[in-house]
Ligand binder design. Structure first.
Ligand SMILES: Cc1ncc(COP(=O)(O)O)c(C=O)c1O
Length: 321
């Protein structure tokens, strides 16, 4: 991990150790505090750099990845950007397979970082900016085809333990150390569930009383066992209506929270204007859920959240309109 005051040997070592900031302006007048981890400050502008590094370095150390072997992954853009950075630096060709429904900044950024980007059409009734579970199935099929065709290593973020380990070994312990062990609750918008699983495993090992909440889109809360009425929500990076997430440890889930598109957008905008924090939809969702906890059963407590990616990734959307 990063050491202060010394040059790093590559950008890979600049991944992680992100600052933790108290959102004092957004919580003004409320009892309690929200501590936000600025993971959009990673080199690829998202928390997914962490898992890219861990998945590749785990595979290297276990000889599952050969020198110069092609790496392939399905991505909503952020994992792909992390993998483009890690693979580019280490000399592995990288192919990112992404739905056309994700914002195009992401495809451009991955290409700029040396990735080959393959875009997959959405289902007929899906809209750009709204990637559903069905859209993701099409991307998965294409990723599997390319892995076979190129005898590639699949950096499978939904299944490989590197996704969990990145957050269990680093993000979670960083939260605990930076907060001085003061966290009462954690809420996290779930995509693969890797961040939730890794952080909550670290939190529960430290203090089993830390309460951990899954955040889902209103109308696509399958983990809370609700019917899916709104699969094409706008909170990119998660809420895929997948009831079985291999990395998620259900014994660490203390409850479920729902956030609407409107709430995620409003809070992302307030983060930018009031806190000087330029983050994306899912960061808005996490903070909206944390505000709800402070206003209800967690008044007076300390809530931890991850700010997952940068607002720069959504300049082509109406998040900043
Ligand atoms: C912007 C954004 N938010 C949230 C998530 C969900 O994180 P996780 O896959 O760790 O559940 C992702 C995952 O890709 C993401 O890109």
């Amino acid at each position: 991990m990063m050491q202060q005051g010394q040059p790093l040997s590559s950008a890979i070592e600049a991944i992680g150790n992100t600052p933790l900031v108290r959102l004092s302006r957004l919580t003004k007048g409320l009892d309690g505090q929200i501590l936000a981890k600025l993971d959009y400050l990673n080199p690829g502008l998202s928390k997914k750099d962490r898992i890219a590094r861990q998945i590749i370095e785990d595979a290297e150390s276990e000889n599952r990845l050969k020198p110069g072997q092609t790496v392939v992954e399905l991505t909503s853009g952020n994992t792909g950007t992390g993998l483009a950075i890690v693979c580019g630096t280490k000399g592995y060709p990288f192919v990112a397979v992404m739905s056309k429904g994700n914002s195009m900044e992401r495809a451009r950024m991955m290409s700029a970082l040396g990735a080959e980007v393959i875009l997959v059409n959405q289902l007929q009734d899906s809209k750009p900016g709204q990637v559903s579970g069905g859209d993701l199935e099409l991307v998965e099929k294409e990723a599997q085809r390319i892995v076979l065709e190129r005898k590639a290593f699949r950096a499978d973020q939904f299944r490989l333990s590197g996704n969990f380990r990145a957050h269990y070994l680093h993000t979670g312990p960083e939260f605990i150390e930076q907060s001085g062990g003061s966290i009462d609750a954690f809420c996290d918008f779930v995509g693969t569930g890797g961040s939730f699983a890794g952080c909550t495993a670290a939190f529960k090992a430290h203090n089993p009383r830390i309460r951990c909440f899954v955040v889902e889109p209103d109308g696509a809360a399958v983990l809370a066992k609700e019917p899916v009425t709104y699969p094409n929500h706008r909170i990119q990076g998660g809420g895929y209506s997948m009831p079985n997430l291999p990395l998620l440890q259900h014994e660490h889930i203390d409850g479920y929270l729902k956030v609407t598109d409107r709430e995620a957008v409003d809070i992302a905008r307030r983060l930018a204007r009031e806190e000087g924090i330029f983050a994306g939809f899912s960061s808005g969702a996490n903070v909206a859920a944390a505000l709800y906890l402070l206003q209800t059963s967690f008044a007076g407590k300390t809530i931890a959240v991850i700010l997952c990616d940068s607002g720069l990734k959504y300049l082509s959307t109406d998040l900043w309109a």
